[in-house]
Write a protein that binds this ligand. Structure first.
Ligand SMILES: Nc1ncnc2c1ncn2[C@@H]1O[C@H](COP(=O)(O)OP(=O)(O)OP(=O)(O)O)[C@@H](O)[C@H]1O
Length: 353
């Protein structure tokens, strides 16, 4: 059935769902657009603050009806309260209560950046592979809704399998368990997955995936600071964040904004990785600091965070990434892999500790 037709059918079925205060869900102004993709159905019910519990039965009824019509698709119905009710974070604000760990997952390390295109996903995957090479059980969650690149980087195709109990079975690639918000979307649909839909999707991928026992889950965050970050850091204990930046001043200014947010939300910053830091000429082996040298290292010092290391700008990183063969897996003894492994080794005490 065409996605649009199914969406209309679900909407019609929601007329059977009674809501608090009278009326039905189909006619309720707080019902979001109903998104249907080949693997998922998602919609949200916006309610007045304090009404979340009262809408619980309506959400469950809606979930059941959507599941009946959606067959094997994963159904995500979320309730969202008005934004004004959201906790505020400021300097000196108390730590939010209710942050929990993901069962079976010992540590979570997120990889973020101030802006897009700085090599955050490439770094996340190669760090994950470096940690796996140390003998750790490693998972990767691609939460970069607006540019999900983990499937391409790992050469993963298709959607994750969904078990009978509705839990995602993660993909396996190069010894990593991996799942991507990207495999839940059809091309061009990311834009409609904003706000509550995106955060609810992330929560389900995080908590309804059969990770098994992991020593560490690496989360590839979207660039910048947005809903996904806030939702993740409010709900889940993230043991630390690695910030990736290129050496240019502008990228570093953006990185600073991301770090400021992490501090406000009391999330530990593990340090800064400088990516595309210098260029090694393939013919002569000479090193060129194409953006000037030491920018990120100095910035890390200024920001009072650790400098975790630098990754050179190398054609083989780009080519290997495009081909789904990341350098740490493809040439584990090469100089590119060594750069990532040196950075990963600085994260080991946190994971093993
Ligand atoms: N060290 C490097 N040397 C050469 N190319 C690199 C390096 N790091 C990343 N790249 C390339 O730069 C491009 C952007 O990288 P990547 O997708 O990892 O960035 P990102 O910050 O995650 O971007 P987005 O915000 O779009 O998700 C890719 O083509 C990738 O192969």
């Amino acid at each position: 059935m065409a996605d649009i037709e199914l969406s209309a059918q679900i909407k019609a079925a929601l007329a059977q769902v009674e809501i608090p205060g009278g009326g039905d869900l189909a006619g309720y102004a707080g019902l979001s657009e109903i998104i249907v993709t080949p693997g998922a159905i998602a919609f949200a019910i916006a309610v007045a603050s304090g009404m979340e519990a009262a809408f619980g039965p309506a959400r469950e009824h809606a979930q059941k009806l959507a599941q009946q019509l959606g067959g094997s698709r994963k159904v995500m119905v979320s309730i969202t309260a008005e934004k004004s009710n959201a906790p505020k974070f400021g300097h000196g604000a108390p730590q939010p209560q209710g942050k929990t760990r993901v069962p079976g997952v010992k540590r979570i390390i997120a990889v973020g950046s101030g802006k897009g295109g700085v090599g955050k996903s490439t770094t996340a995957i190669n760090l994950a592979l470096s940690l796996a090479a140390e003998g750790l059980r490693v998972g990767v969650l691609d939460a970069d809704l607006y540019g999900p690149s983990i499937p391409k980087l790992l050469g993963i195709e298709g959607q994750p399998a969904i078990r009978d109990d509705g839990i995602f079975a993660p993909h396996e690639a190069f010894g990593l368990k991996a799942i991507s918000i990207g495999s839940m979307l059809v091309p061009g649909q990311a834009v409609v997955w904003r706000g509550p839909m995106a955060t609810s999707g992330l929560r389900q991928l995080l908590r309804e995936t059969a990770w098994g026992d992991l020593d560490v889950l690496v989360i590839d965050l979207p660039p910048g600071t947005g809903d996904i970050h806030i939702a993740l850091f409010q709900q889940t204990i993230v043991d630390g964040v690695v910030i990736v930046s290129t050496p240019q001043d502008l990228a570093l200014i953006d990185a600073q904004k991301a770090i400021d947010m992490l501090r406000r939300m009391a999330v530990p910053v593990l340090g800064l990785v400088e990516n595309m830091s210098y260029f090694i000429a393939p013919d002569t082996g000479a090193r060129y600091d194409i953006f000037g040298s030491g920018g990120a290292e100095k910035a890390a010092e200024k920001l009072d965070i650790s400098f975790l290391g630098a990754v050179p700008l190398v054609m083989s990183i780009r080519e290997g990434s495009d081909a789904g063969t990341p350098p740490v897996a493809a040439v584990p003894t090469g100089p590119e892999a060594a750069a990532y492994r040196a950075i990963a080794s600085r994260l080991l005490p946190l994971i093993r500790g």
